[in-house]
Design a protein around this ligand. Sequence first.
Ligand SMILES: Cc1cc2nc3c(=O)[nH]c(=O)nc-3n(C[C@H](O)[C@H](O)[C@H](O)COP(=O)(O)O)c2cc1C
Length: 295
Amino acid sequence: MAKEVWAGGNMLYPLPVVMVSCANEAGERDIVTVAWTGTVCTNPPMLYISLRPERHSYHIIRESGEFVVNLVSRGLQQACDWCGVRSGRAYDKWAECGLTAAPASTLSHAPLIAEAPVSLECRVVEVKELGSHHMFLAEVTAVQVERELLDERGSLDLARADLTAYSHGTYHELGRELGTFGYSVRKKGAAGKAPKASMPGSSPKGGSKKPGKGATSKGVAGKATASKGPKGMSTTKARKAAKATGTTAKAKGENKPEKHAARKAGKLTPAKDRRTTTYHIPAHDPNHRRSTRKH
Ligand SMILES: Cc1cc2nc3c(=O)[nH]c(=O)nc-3n(C[C@H](O)[C@H](O)[C@H](O)COP(=O)(O)O)c2cc1C
């Protein structure tokens, strides 16, 4: 496939887009939409957000040394966009968007957004002045999770949160589940063989309902994971399944734990019950307006 070489730029997509809530001792509070964010360490749990110093929220976070990262569900998406194009200097974003500030459990000032499905309470440990953006490296001191996201066994079923993603200027719903952590080595016959990748656009429209060539074909993703896997397997269960894979796949070179883990995790759900979303990424045109959008 022929490629174009562009100058270095921001093209790491898709990303989560989050609503960062903050407040300071003086009682100023704000919500800022942030796409330049990510997890950087498992233990201690740490993440970063990068902000331009000209943001109203910037000085609040710099002063208080704390903020809350609120994950964005489908129902919050419009408020998320609005908070990303209006400044707290001119608006009380909480009132304008009808959002409720709820107390964080480990922070002194920053409230969380009660309507968010998951909120990560963060304490700043370092600020790196990188250039256009300053990176706030922070420790996650607590996570508040909406109870309705817990399944009957108390495990987090994040699929219930209807989270959205951001890709090159557009917001997206998440599509059909393609597999769980380590699924590529759990399918019988796949162990030891690396899956053949397919080029963008070569898989059937709307996902891989029918096994196509390469990564979605039988024997790689396989029917069991692509069509009959457990719906919304919780993170805890996925981790357990991955753990089982790591040991067994290496030792025995086959995938028996896969169905076992799926069954243990709950139900094996027929493919027809799943939501299918076409994941549309706009053309990579260097002159496209989105390419020059400043976050
Ligand atoms: C999808 C999206 C992502 C954004 N990501 C960032 C970001 O990562 N860093 C940043 O400084 N601003 C980002 N912005 C812009 C700020 O959210 C925006 O300037 C906001 O109005 C600042 O609010 P404030 O002045 O109340 O802090 C983003 C905006 C949108 C719509």
